[in-house]
Design a protein around this ligand. Structure first.
Ligand code: NAP
Length: 298
């Protein structure tokens, strides 16, 4: 039986509606969540991500302080801007769009962000808190994956999960979140990578397969069991002469074949993608609540 498709756009829209209501209620108490956005250079993909984030802020009623900087800005100037945002009470979250142009030290920039405003969840302080199970800003894409699973009614407790990919932004934090002793975790997790001896042996055993490899067809139908839940984080361009742009986007999973065996599956596009910006907004609202002394979830 063909799988039910997890509609990431709909789940993201539901969460954004909840956040919009929450922002409106905070405003009644004089609290306006604010996001400081920094884009350095004019990389088209980064520009479009930043524009989407700014538009979402506007839609939800979140104040955004937009800073578009020339690619030749010095490290010192960039650090000074982050420092200014760290000390600005109107800013609850700071987003530096990555990658930064060559010549800028990304690690130093991320370390400069006040961990209490690190809504991307990349600062080592937040990474450490997440690992030991303390309240922390959770990185947006892996947290979005967990929200997709929970809001689709998937039971995480006791589930066997195979994650394909061990990057610092997706695979590793996701594994850490899923093993926590809390309702967003309690799963048994295997993390696979390019040195894994027999990838299919791990994915076949899994109740939930999460692909974050950045390579089309990394997970095929013969690699999963019947009824598996599949989350495809991958976004890959493949040539397609029938498209105006000359390419189309696909995930890491052979969607058409795997959907015939899975019980639930995310498409690409329209699965995990819409969740990432939503979770950034979620973290910004949580940060504003924390700053105002209101109890928060993460
Ligand atoms: P990454 O840093 O390139 O990491 C890829 C990981 O996958 C690595 O750990 C690599 O193993 C592993 N891998 C690659 N090919 C494999 C294979 N054939 N078998 C087993 N493991 C394999 O990528 P990333 O930043 O995590 O992103 C992963 C994908 O998710 C990309 O397509 C990216 O565009 C997408 N993404 C989407 C969103 C979104 O919002 N939708 C957000 C972030 C990323 P090694 O460590 O051994 O090299």
């Amino acid at each position: 039986m063909a799988a039910q498709i997890i509609d990431g756009k709909q789940v993201a829209a539901d969460m954004r509606a909840e956040l919009k209501d929450e922002v409106a209620k905070l405003k009644e108490q004089g609290i306006v969540p604010g996001l400081g956005v920094i884009l350095v250079g004019d990389d088209p993909a980064s520009r479009s991500y930043v524009t989407a984030k700014e538009r979402t802020c506007e839609d939800l009623g979140i104040y955004s302080d937009d800073n578009r900087l020339a690619a030749d800005i010095s490290q010192e100037e960039l650090l000074a801007l982050i420092d200014k945002m760290n000390n600005d009470p109107k800013i609850n979250g700071i987003l530096v769009q990555l990658p930064l142009p060559k010549g800028l030290n990304e690690g130093e920039v991320l370390l400069k962000i006040d961990p209490d405003k690190d809504v991307d969840g990349f600062h080592p302080t937040n990474v450490g808190k997440m690992v030991v199970g303390e309240k922390a800003f959770l990185p947006c894409t892996p947290h979005g994956v967990i929200q997709l699973l929970l809001r689709s009614g998937v039971k995480l407790e006791g589930a066997e999960v195979a994650i394909v990919g061990r990057s610092n932004i997706v695979g590793k934090p996701l594994a850490n979140m899923l093993i926590q002793k809390n309702p967003k975790g309690n799963a048994t997790v295997t993390v696979c990578h390019t040195r894994t001896k027999d990838l299919a042996a791990h994915t076949k055993r899994a109740d939930i397969v999460i692909a974050a490899a950045g390579r089309p067809n990394t997970v095929t139908a013969d690699m999963v069991k019947d009824g598996v839940v599949v989350i495809d984080v991958g976004v890959n361009r493949v040539d397609d002469a029938t498209k105006k742009k000359g390419y189309r986007l696909v995930g890491d999973v052979d969607f058409e074949a795997v959907k015939e065996k899975a019980s639930l599956i995310t498409p690409v596009p329209g699965g995990v993608g819409p969740m990432t910006i939503t979770m950034l907004m979620y973290n910004t609202v949580e940060s504003a609540k924390r700053a105002a002394g209101i109890a928060v979830e993460t």
